[in-house]
Design a protein around this ligand. Structure first.
Ligand code: CA
Length: 520
C-alpha cells in the first residue's frame, strides 16, 4: 500500500466536488503497471448478486470477487440506459458532453480512455456487446456483437468481417476474452473490456441454467404491488410494468404452429391478459392476480438463469487469470451498464432514477492494491471509470473528464473532498417504455427527482425509506431538506455543464449496426 506524501497532499485541490489530481495517487509509480480486465453485463441488478444481499439467487463467483477484493455499494449510472452509459464509461463525461443522451451514434473520433491507454503503452481489446452504433476506436483488437446481438449462435464482427459462433453468447464472449488474454503481446500491460449481452431482455437462458430455474419459486419483492400513492404521474404512466407490459416473447409462450415469420413476430409481441398453462397435468387459464404472479415468476426464472451463466463465466475468467500467473498484478472489475428493476414498484427495465435502476453493481479485485473483503460507501458515478483506468496506468485525468479515480478509495484513502452528491439525467421521453424525462440529485441520505416536462417532484429519505415509497416532497417537515437538495441539484447541474443542450433529445439513429459480410 502506498502512503500519501506531503507533496501529494499539496497537489490536491481545495474543497470541491471536481475530480482530484488523480496522478497524485498514481497507482503505477515505480512498479509494473497492472493489467485491467473490465467485465460488464447489460442490465444486471445488484439485487441479483448474493454479496449485495440477494434474496433471489446465489452468485458464488461474483461473491469471490467481493471476498478477495472490494464491494462498492454506491456506484451510480448518470443516465440509466445502455448506450448512454457505455458512452459515459468510455469518455468520463456526462451524456450532454459526449453527445449520446439517447440511442444515437457515438462519435468515435473523440477522446476516450482506451485511446489514452493505448497511447500510454497498453494493449487494448473490446469483446462482446458494444451497442454504440459506430465501430470501436482505440482498441488494438475488437470483436463485437452487432447492435443488441443475440443469445444463441451469435454473429460477432471485427475489422475484417463477421463470424457466426455456435453456442451461447455468454460462453462465447468469455471464450474470446480468454483467447485475447492468451494471445496478447507479452511485453505490454493489457486492458480488456469484456461486455456481455446477458441478462438483457428478452432474457433467453441456455438450457442448463434454464432447467436450474424452471421450477424454482422466486420470492416477490414487498413492493411488487405498489399502488403509487403519493407519487407523481410518471410512475403511473410508465409502460414497464411486470403485470401489464411483458409480452408473450418475454414470457416465452410458444406460438401456435402454422404462422408465417411476420405473423409469429406479431403474435409474440402481444401483452397477454390471459394465459393457458398446465398445472399438475391439468390445463388451466390464468387471469387476474394469478396471472400476475405467474408473469413475475416467468420473468425472474429466465432473468436469474441468464445471471447464473454470467456468474459461471466470471469464475472462468478468474480461474484463467489465477492459473496463468497474472493474479497479483491484474485488476478485475465486474459491473453492469446500469441497474434493473426486478419487480420493485411492479417494474422491469431501468430508466428511472429509483435506486434499483440507478445503482450499478461494482466489484473489484486487485491483490496488489485492495484489502480483501473491503467495502466502500463512497458515491461513485460511471464518469469515474475512465479516470480510474488511466490512474491505474499512471496517467493523469484529462481536465475535461467529469469523474475522479477510484484508486485512492480502493486503497482505503477516501479523499476528504470526495463528492457528497451525484447528478442524474434521463432523456428518452417517451422512449420505449413511456418513461418521463427527469433529472435529480442523490446524496448519502436523500434523493430529489424532477420530472421537468410535467413540473412534478419527488423526494425520498433513503435512510427511513430505502424502498422509496413515501414521497416527502410536499411534507411541511421536509421543506428545509427539499430546499437544500434543490440548491445542490442546480449547483451540480451547472458544475456538470448541463445547459439543457439536449433537453428534447430523441433517438436520431438506431444504435443497431448490421454485421458486415462473413469473412472469406
Ligand atoms: Ca443496459
Amino acid at each position: 500500500m502506498q502512503s500519501l506524501s506531503r507533496r501529494d497532499l499539496l497537489a490536491l485541490p481545495l474543497l470541491t466536488s471536481r475530480p482530484f489530481a488523480a496522478s497524485a495517487f498514481g497507482a503505477a509509480t515505480g512498479r509494473t503497471r497492472p493489467n485491467i480486465v473490465f467485465i460488464m453485463t447489460d442490465d444486471h441488478a445488484s439485487q441479483a448478486i448474493s454479496c449485495y444481499g440477494s434474496k433471489v439467487n446465489q452468485t458464488p463467483n461474483l461473491d469471490r470477487l467481493a471476498k478477495e477484493g472490494m464491494r462498492m455499494d454506491r456506484v451510480f449510472a448518470t443516465n440509466s440506459i445502455c448506450t448512454p452509459s457505455r458512452a459515459t464509461i468510455l469518455t468520463g463525461k456526462y451524456s450532454h458532453l459526449n453527445g449520446v443522451p439517447v440511442f444515437n451514434r457515438f462519435d468515435g473520433s473523440q477522446q476516450t480512455a482506451p485511446k489514452l491507454l493505448q497511447q500510454a503503452g497498453y494493449h487494448t481489446a473490446m469483446i462482446g456487446k458494444w451497442h454504440l452504433g459506430s465501430n470501436p476506436t482505440g482498441f488494438d483488437y475488437w470483436n463485437i456483437l452487432p447492435g443488441q446481438g443475440v443469445y444463441n449462435n451469435p454473429v460477432l464482427y471485427d475489422k475484417d468481417g463477421s463470424t457466426t459462433y455456435q453456442g451461447y453468447a455468454t460462453d462465447i464472449i468469455t471464450d474470446i476474452t480468454i483467447d485475447a488474454m492468451k494471445n496478447r503481446p507479452k511485453d505490454k500491460p493489457f486492458f480488456i473490456m469484456s461486455h456481455h449481452k446477458a441478462p438483457h431482455r428478452e432474457w433467453t437462458p441456455d438450457e442448463k441454467h434454464r432447467k436450474m430455474f424452471e421450477n424454482r419459486h422466486i420470492p416477490e419483492p414487498a413492493n411488487l404491488r405498489d399502488d403509487y400513492a403519493g407519487r407523481t404521474d410518471a410512475i403511473r404512466e410508465q409502460k414497464q410494468s411486470v403485470f401489464r407490459d411483458l409480452t408473450r416473447l418475454d414470457l416465452k409462450i410458444p406460438p401456435p404452429s402454422g404462422l408465417s415469420a411476420a405473423e409469429t413476430r406479431k403474435w409474440l409481441s402481444v401483452k397477454p391478459t390471459e394465459v393457458e398453462t398446465v398445472v399438475d397435468g391439468v390445463k388451466k387459464t390464468l387471469t387476474g392476480k394469478e396471472l400476475e404472479s405467474w408473469k413475475y415468476q416467468r420473468y425472474m426464472q429466465d432473468y436469474l438463469a441468464c445471471v447464473q451463466s454470467v456468474d459461471d463465466n466470471v469464475g472462468r475468467v478468474l480461474d484463467w487469470v489465477d492459473s496463468n500467473g497474472l493474479r497479483d498484478n491484474t485488476v478485475i472489475i465486474y459491473t453492469s451498464d446500469q441497474g434493473f428493476f426486478l419487480g420493485e414498484h411492479g417494474l422491469f427495465d431501468k430508466r428511472f432514477m429509483y435506486e434499483e435502476s440507478l445503482r450499478m453493481p461494482f466489484l473489484v479485485r486487485w491483490p496488489g492494491g485492495i484489502r480483501p473483503g473491503s467495502t466502500s460507501q463512497a458515491i461513485g458515478i460511471n464518469c469515474d471509470f475512465a479516470p480510474t483506468f488511466l490512474d491505474l496506468a499512471g496517467q493523469p485525468t484529462p481536465t475535461d473528464m467529469q469523474g475522479a479515480s477510484f484508486v485512492p478509495i480502493w486503497k482505503g484513502k477516501k479523499p476528504r473532498e470526495w463528492r457528497r452528491a451525484m447528478y442524474y439525467r434521463y432523456y428518452h421521453d417517451p422512449g420505449d417504455h413511456n418513461t418521463r424525462a427527469h433529472y435529480g440529485v442523490r446524496t448519502d441520505t436523500h434523493k430529489l427527482i424532477y420530472f421537468w416536462k410535467k413540473d412534478q417532484w419527488e423526494c425520498y429519505d433513503l435512510v427511513k425509506d430505502p424502498a422509496e415509497m413515501n414521497n416527502i416532497y410536499n411534507d411541511p417537515a421536509a421543506q428545509k431538506t427539499v430546499a437544500t437538495l434543490k440548491r445542490e441539484l442546480y449547483r451540480l447541474k451547472k458544475e456538470m455543464k448541463d445547459d439543457d443542450q439536449f433537453a428534447d433529445a430523441q433517438p436520431t439513429d438506431s444504435s443497431y449496426v448490421p454485421a458486415p459480410p462473413p469473412k472469406k
